[in-house]
Write a protein of this length. Structure first.
Length: 94
């Protein structure tokens, strides 16, 4: 799985930036057009946010080369925003 993600992921900063821009447009379009229509849209937006945060951490913060403790802190922080979006989507659907 890790090899597949590496093969499909961007290989330089320009590709990472283009993918981030594409994901931003996609998440904005999904949020605007599907708001209130489907209950799982919040989950999809949260997944896109997690992917974007991972891209920033890997390609711009270079977390893979950081010390293990710093890597864990950054990855934990990255998990907070998508988790908050999932909780919000769940509360809104109730």
């Amino acid at each position: 799985m890790k090899r597949l993600l590496h093969a499909l992921g961007p290989h330089n900063a320009t590709q990472a930036w283009l993918l981030l821009a594409l994901l931003t447009v996609a998440s904005a379009a999904i949020a605007v057009t599907e708001r209130g229509v489907l209950p799982w849209i919040g989950w999809l937006i949260a997944a896109l946010v997690a992917w974007k945060a991972w891209l920033v951490a890997e390609h711009y913060l270079e977390v893979a080369d950081a010390a293990p403790m710093f890597r864990r802190i950054v990855r934990g922080f990255i998990a907070l925003a998508p988790l908050a979006l999932v909780v919000t989507a769940w509360l809104e659907s109730r």
